[in-house]
Design a protein around this ligand. Structure first.
Ligand SMILES: *[C@@H]1O[C@H](CO)[C@@H](O)[C@H](O)[C@H]1NC(C)=O
Ligand SMILES: *[C@@H]1O[C@H](CO)[C@@H](O)[C@H](O)[C@H]1NC(C)=O
Ligand SMILES: *[C@@H]1O[C@H](CO)[C@@H](O)[C@H](O)[C@H]1NC(C)=O
Length: 689
């Protein structure tokens, strides 16, 4: 059934990872970190007939997280439920192999009566593997927003190349010729491009670009402009729209895009380009397409029905993000996904070339007759470029290892847990407790430290540090601090005698050291002192240093950098500061004390945040660095908030660890700035309040 054109599609896809050397088990170490919300994502790509007269089909296989789909141009879908239909060819991003990869799946129905089984919906045999950018060097990077020109040129975003400048995004658009593997960077150096869209003819690619100004730390709406360049080689690059993102082509001279308007509502706009390139931004006519009163964003244009665009919306009367069709001529919305899965967020619509089917991703099972998700990952293995480091995302926060690396403790926000580091023996110590930050005593068996109270609170908030004997029949909590003035982030000296922590007792958050067994009463000294915030401290394995995060270079600004100080208060120095206003937090020493792992906005954002569920700090990625500032290495490449890393002395076998827990899956939040409270703020702005 394949046309000649389609055959070379079968050449394609996906990124091959280096196999971790088994010898690493002897000398290697393990880093575990948290990604806000991500462990509970379960995205699959679905499609609905555009007239909503038909059932929703799940296109991807329910494995891992699958998102940002794209129907391949040549695929006229016809009706996939009739006998012998043409298969649907779907291009999408998957994280099943420990970092993002691009796949093409062929999906078809076997007969007149559709059988909705995963094994039938998806034909795995048409999927072959191909190296994309960085493949031959074994580099790990993000791959996102794929589309295909003709049947051979894949266009996508990757974070493959480091910029060398702190606090700038590594996101750039690349093309890979699938028949030859020839890869080309289309984004100029020194610039970040997001959300590429190829024009119907394939000639042009439009992107949301940071331009020369880079990234100023914004999260709600990236300050991007829309640029157009030749798909073939990136030449002829020209700015066509000031202030806009997520371009989608209606025809070769019409680009739809989103922006947050002056009235506060995200809306779709159209830009009409002059027929003759090149041209300047002032020869482009833009107009607003969707009305105020609801948020409309992430548009996808139809190639055959000029009056129709498909958008994601957040309506004032809904807590969920849904896909709707907007008729430009009549100004009417037609709801699509709310009729099928009302209580689930739906993301980033795309439309088939024949305009008969609308695709999107959402959480499988969610809002769809309450189907349960069978598997959940307690520890999700991520690939690294360092064969001696095993890297895991934990379904929890603030993990830390016991001295021998055989056990971990972590918090559930709420809940305090311990487990063996192979994932077995996982149990909650005290149910529902609002603990955050953990440390394991180096000598006393089964003793951990944690702080109990609210996170991100003011100096005088009641937060205290406790030691906890976790193996006692009834876990024994010993309160070590007394004043309750935001005492948190305990870290123990390697001899087990002292605990360094931060406290707000002076009116500012500074570092203190107390007796590990008897707490403050057994001895207390103030380590740092000043009208700023010192926090998130970690004691080095040789006992000589304490690393911490501080805003002392710019108190109250929100900018944090990493510093080191000797426990006797001498030797203060800056370890890393990301850009002039950057945020770097949660330092943790390597077991041999030569490196630290931390989270930072050093590599900016990697995607338009509005295209993802809510992340407070979507710029957070995990990095390691030598203590002298050299060997800065990015370990995570994604558009999520990665944080609270810890570094343990054993090399844990790099494979996923599943667990079954009784929690509500897919209950993550949509972007806060789309929420109802924001709408009220917007109303205030409109009234001049
Ligand atoms: C990717 O993950 C799947 C399981 O989801 C596995 O079958 C496949 O071998 C993996 N591929 C690579 C290249 O690691
Ligand atoms: C889409 O398909 C049409 C018709 O085959 C072709 O003319 C056009 O160049 C294709 N566009 C892209 C982006 O591949
Ligand atoms: C402070 O401690 C460091 C190492 O922990 C040591 O090298 C230094 O001599 C000490 N300084 C003082 C004044 O005690």
């Amino acid at each position: 059934m394949l046309t000649p054109n389609m055959k070379s599609l079968n050449l394609i896809i996906c990124y091959i990872f280096l196999i971790i050397e088994s010898s690493a088990a002897d000398t290697g170490t393990t880093i575990i970190f948290t990604t806000l919300g991500r462990s509970r994502y379960a995205f699959d790509i679905f499609t609905l007939p555009i007239d909503a007269a038909g059932e929703e089909l799940q296109l991807t296989d329910g494995n891992s997280v699958n998102f940002n789909g794209h129907f391949i141009n040549q695929t006229l879908i016809v009706n996939p439920t009739v006998a012998d239909p043409l298969p649907i060819h779907l291009l999408y991003v998957t994280e099943r192999n420990g970092s993002s990869s691009i796949y093409i799946d062929s999906v078809s129905y076997p007969g007149r009566n559709p059988v909705r089984k995963r094994s039938v919906l998806e034909t795995e045999s048409t999927r072959t593997q191909h190296r994309l950018v960085g493949g031959s060097g074994g580099r790990i990077s993000m791959k996102d927003r794929p589309s295909l020109v003709g049947d051979d040129l894949l266009i996508y975003v990757s974070t493959n190349e480091e910029t060398g400048v702190g606090r700038t995004s590594w996101a750039a658009v690349y093309s890979t010729q699938l028949s030859t593997g020839l890869t080309r960077r289309l984004t100029p150096k020194g610039v970040a491009d997001f959300s590429p869209a190829v024009s119907p003819s394939g000639l042009w690619t439009a992107v949301a670009s940071s331009g020369e100004n880079g990234w100023g730390g914004e999260v709600d709406e990236l300050s991007t402009d829309i640029y157009v360049f030749l798909t073939q080689n990136g030449a002829g690059r020209v700015k066509v729209v000031e202030h806009g993102g997520w371009p989608s082509w209606g025809d070769d001279s019409t680009i739809y895009f989103h922006r947050r308007g002056d009235d506060g509502w995200w809306s779709i706009y159209a830009a009409i380009l002059p027929q003759n390139m090149p041209f300047a931004v002032d020869s482009v006519v833009t107009r607003r397409i969707t009305p105020p009163g609801l948020h409309s964003f992430t548009p996808a244009a139809s190639l055959t029905k000029k009056n129709i665009i498909v958008v994601a919306t957040r309506r004032p009367d809904s807590d969920y993000r849904h896909i709707e069709i907007y008729d430009i001529a009549s100004g009417k919305f037609q709801e699509l996904t709310r009729l099928v899965a009302p209580r689930a967020h739906h993301y980033n619509p795309f439309i088939s070339p024949d305009s008969l089917w609308v695709g999107y991703h959402r959480c499988r099972g969610a809002g769809n007759n309450g189907k349960k998700i069978k598997h959940d990952l307690f520890l999700e293995n991520l690939k690294t470029e360092k064969p001696d480091i095993s890297l895991f995302r934990i379904d929890g926060s603030y993990p830390s290892f016991s001295r021998d690396g055989n056990r971990i403790t972590y918090v559930g926000l709420p809940g305090l847990f311990v487990a063996n580091s192979d994932g077995s023996g996982n149990r909650e110590i005290a149910s529902g407790i609002s603990a955050f930050s953990t440390a394991w005593d180096p000598n006393r068996k089964g003793v951990i430290y944690t702080s109990i109270g609210p996170t991100f609170a003011s100096e005088d908030t009641r937060v205290d540090i406790y030691s906890v004997e976790v193996d006692a029949d009834e876990p024994l909590f010993t309160k070590l601090t007394t004043g309750g003035q935001n005492n948190a982030f305990p870290s123990v000296s390697p001899d087990g005698k002292w605990v360094v922590f931060r406290s707000g007792r002076s009116g500012h958050k500074n570092l203190y050291i107390m007796n590990a067994v008897h707490g403050e009463k057994g001895g207390l000294t103030q380590l740092t002192n000043g009208p700023w915030s010192d926090t998130m401290c970690n004691w080095s394995p040789d006992g000589d240093w304490i690393a911490f995060a501080s805003d002392r270079h710019s108190p109250g600004s929100g900018s944090f950098a990493l510093y080191m100080i000797h426990p006797n208060g001498t030797g203060l120095r800056n370890l890393i500061h990301s850009g002039s206003a950057g945020r770097t937090n949660h330092p943790w020493f390597s077991p041999d004390g030569t490196h630290i792992v931390f989270t930072s906005d050093y590599a900016g954002v990697s995607a338009e945040p509005i295209s993802n569920p809510h992340h407070y700090q979507p710029y957070g990625d995990i990095f390691t660095m030598k203590l002298d500032g050299s060997e800065l290495t990015r370990l995570t490449h994604n558009a999520y908030e990665d944080g609270t890393p810890t570094w343990g002395p054993r090399f844990i076998t790099p494979k996923n660890v599943e667990w079954s827990i009784d929690v509500k899956k897919c209950s993550f939040e949509d972007c806060h700035w789309l929420a109802i409270t924001n709408r009220l703020d917007t109303a205030k702005i409109q009234c001049g309040g």
